[in-house]
Design a protein around this ligand. Sequence first.
Ligand code: TYD
Ligand code: MG
Length: 455
Amino acid sequence: MAKRKMKFVCQECGYESAKWLGKCPGCNSWNTLVEEVEASHSNNRHTLSSGLKTVSKPEKITAIESEKEPRITTSMQEFNRVLGGGIVPGSLMLIGGDPGIGKSTLLLQVSSQLAEKQLPVLYISGEESTRQTKLRADRLGVTSDLLYVLAETNMVDIATQIEEIKPSFVVIDSIQTIFREEVSSAPGSVSQVRECTGQLMKIAKTNGIPICIVGHVTKEGAIAGPRLLEHMVDAVLYFEGERHHMYRILRGVKNRFGSTHEMGIFEMKEKGLREVMNPSEIFLEERSQGAAGSTVVASMEGTRPVLVEIQALISPSSFGNPRRMATGIDNNRVPLLMAVLEKRVGLMLQNQDAYIKVAGGVKLDEPAIDLAIAVSIASSFRNQATLPEDIFIGEVGLTGEIRRVSRIDQRVQEAAKLGFKRVICPKKNLDGWEVPKNIQVIGVDTVQEALEVGL
Ligand code: TYD
Ligand code: MG
């Protein structure tokens, strides 16, 4: 018998080392190297049962049919959009999210919708028994005959079943529970996850079956264990939201077949997840009108403009070091915009605490939200409210200039649709598009000008 080779593998990034190290040279995390037995890479490494073994040959690129592969669409527009128009046959997707956020619910609903379209679906649960899955299915009102459920964690058996049923869509819930016998480490370890994902990838590609993997998220917010999982798959989606809020956001962070940064919004109801088609309305629902420190911005989330409220609270600091805190936007932006307001507008902010919050639990990372943040800060500082029908769009530069943003027409349209009366936006954005009738667009060149108009 060949000698079993031992190695140390970082459980965060997959770095391999022959000896134990306290600090991983790959990702600099401490105490993450764990001893594992190297998988026996004998010649039948990825040979499953016969049907899935194919030998690929190089082809001329001109000879390959550029199939206009029709994507498989679900009845949930929000889900389709995040994937770039639907599920691509043969793709491997990963959905990450905190436990209890609704990943299993979402995928069971998607599976059931596909099954109702006469596409056989195999839902493999390594976490719940078939009976538990059935309970959930009853709650969601799943009735289709073409939805198969399997409670299994052994990768070889899973592969056999996929081959037997030949489904049009497979769900693996979750990758951290699946294992291959020849890999000695525990399910969920880097080696197991890598080997199993590799095999699933092979099954997806050779058979053209789209497979969706569920991955749990660690406290730090990364998909548990291996970052490398994200590199292996075609698309990575995150399902997030506050557990105590009803709203859930599905966000694409990687997509080989479409744009990322698309966002789908769902609401968790008694009978499962329901899509939210008009996100701006829900994000503005709880806005307190006429309060100082609140502004609304139209931010592009993928291809769709979403109106969101930005709140600021500026209050005198009681300690030497004023605090600057932000939720929903990049923390570094707040001091930067405050410095601009101080230097270019003359607001004395250096001895003030600043708290910035994007209402509704959304995360914004577009430069076009700068102006709204700056106006919120000034509004709270001066204790002077902006008009509730105003909306602020624009990137702020370090000299206090307002810079052009993308897709201004779509943003203004969305604002007009929701009854806003004035848009304060970059002057350089004013040309080349048609302003909707019921809204006024005011172009500004500097933060100072914007404050004169808006406050
Ligand atoms: P679940 O899909 O099990 O989460 P995950 O797979 O991400 O761990 O979601 C569980 C939560 O969703 C649980 O707190 C109950 C809630 N829920 C509803 O509110 N309505 C429903 O119809 C279902 C099925 C679950
Ligand atoms: Mg689950």
